[in-house]
Design a protein around this ligand. Structure first.
Ligand code: PMP
Length: 461
């Protein structure tokens, strides 16, 4: 049976009848119907009505090598024929997770050499939370339990992921969150920097919010700080240069572990394999997923630093944690091939030396001057556009996020998949984008901004 036996209307009716979508108001969705994406190739996705849409989000921040890679399909096919599944419990293992772990240890920062697999970013953040608490128990400090996170952080949708994250709407539906998690201010200068405060000073102030939380709870009670090097789903919030070195210093000073969530920034997005390298950090854990397989298979890898790994190996005792699909052989085969493609095609160097700087320049020169844009910013190939009604005062449009949704809808109708987070437009395209693709995307963004500005002016009148 293939979906081609069904009309779009039939598929939409079945979708409405049986399929509950993630992060969705189901009443709205039933009224509006869903957009059906049926195929994709290179930087384009195709919907059921034959539109080719440039994918400015690489799926959900994951399809870094672009769509339509036969080599990845081939890697999955061959592994499925040879060994579709076996687990890595009970002293067993299979070849592809082993090869992948060795490769990841080669690519990761020098102090990071071990891998614990899952199938999603959320799962691996659960692993990370349990692992750091287990580590401190092994070290004879079981009272070091608290994890410091940040408002607007996104660390996943499982109970631990949502508790670690700083999304108040998610907390509202959580019931009892995982205890021992506290949230401090994020390094979001556009809204939080005070008049007269420099970027540098603001970065230090945001980092000191972490130190204040450590002092408030007592360093003997704090296990770790967790952060996305660039906050993704919270609106591509990029810290000032002063922030991360200060966070590293504070963690070392108080003997607090540094946990990076690189589910988005891992595998090239900021112009290095990991943002830890972009910002010169020595993390104790790095959560990765998404672009590890470019989204062709569900796979996540928690990269574990030597300090934690040494304790596990030296002290022993079972870590009571793992998933049926930890180290799935097919997903790992696809990841190996995906990393090979990224290396062979020099995609990371391209982002670092060419498309990343070009993207920043084009956003600044062509998008930032627009009448309803308050700021543009980017790190490698992830970017944000702040939408405002008044450029000088940075006053937002009324209706919290309505303007951004209007821009997004115009962008999609004009052939660019773009995402709205609150009053911010965000982009995270495949790393195969060239200067020409960036030019095309910016043309479409400008058109969407013009159309939305006209709509919004009409509404205000
Ligand atoms: N952490 C970050 C930084 C993410 O962006 C995401 C997903 N967008 C997650 C964790 C959760 O990953 P998943 O959806 O694969 O569970």
């Amino acid at each position: 049976m293939t979906y081609r036996n069904f009309s779009l209307e039939q598929l939409q009716a079945m979708d409405a009848a049986h399929h509950l979508h993630p992060f969705t108001d189901h009443k709205d969705l039933r009224a509006a119907g869903s957009r059906m994406i049926v195929s994709a190739d290179g930087p384009y996705i195709h919907d059921s009505e034959g539109h080719a849409i440039l994918d400015g989000m690489a799926g959900l921040w994951c399809v870094n090598v672009g769509y339509g890679r036969d080599e990845l399909a081939q890697a999955a096919f061959e592994q499925m024929k040879e060994l579709p599944y076996y687990n890595s419990f009970f002293r067993c293992t299979t070849p592809t997770p082993v090869l992948l772990a060795e490769k990841l240890a080669e690519l990761a920062p020098k102090n990071v050499n071990q891998v614990f697999y899952g199938s999603s970013g959320s799962e691996s953040n659960d692993t990370a939370l349990r692992l750091v608490r287990h580590f401190w128990a092994l070290e004879g400090k079981p009272e070091k339990q608290i994890i410091i996170s940040r408002q607007w952080a996104y660390h996943g949708s499982t109970v631990a992921g949502a508790s670690l994250g700083g999304m108040s709407a998610m907390h509202g539906q959580l019931g009892a969150p995982v205890p021992g998690i506290v949230h401090v201010m994020p390094p979001y200068g556009f809204e939080l920097r005070q008049a007269g405060e420099s970027e540098h000073d603001f970065g230090l102030r945001a980092a000191r919010a972490v130190e204040e939380a450590i002092l408030e709870h007592g360093a003997d009670k704090v296990a770790a700080f967790i952060g996305e090097p660039v906050m993704g789903a919270g609106g591509v919030k990029i810290a000032p240069d002063s922030y991360w070195p200060e966070i590293q210093r504070i963690c070392r000073k108080h003997d607090i572990l540094l946990m990076l969530d690189e589910v988005i920034t891992g595998y090239g997005r900021t112009g290095n394999w990991f943002a830890a390298q972009t910002y010169g950090l020595e993390p104790d854990t790095i959560t990765t997923a998404k672009a590890l397989t470019s989204g062709y298979q569900p796979l996540s890898a928690l990269l574990v630093g030597d300090r934690i790994a040494k304790s596990l190996v030296d002290k022993g005792g079972e870590f009571f944690h793992g998933y049926t699909y930890s180290g799935h052989p097919v997903a790992c085969a696809v990841a190996l091939k995906n990393l090979e493609i990224i290396e062979r095609e020099g995609l990371i160097e391209r982002v670092r030396d060419d498309t990343g700087p070009y993207f920043a320049e084009q956003l600044a020169q062509r998008v930032a001057p627009h009448a309803i844009v308050g700021e543009t910013r980017s790190a490698g190939l992830m970017g944000a556009i702040e939408i405002v009604r008044d450029k000088q005062t940075r006053e937002r449009f009324p209706g919290g996020g309505v303007a951004a949704v209007c821009i997004r809808d115009h962008a999609i109708a004009n052939g660019l998949m773009l995402r709205a987070v609150g009053d911010t437009m965000i982009l995270s395209p495949p790393l195969i984008w060239t200067r020409e693709t960036i030019d095309l995307a910016i043309d479409r963004i400008l058109k969407a901004l013009d159309l939305a500005a006209a709509d919004l002016a009409g509404q205000a009148a």
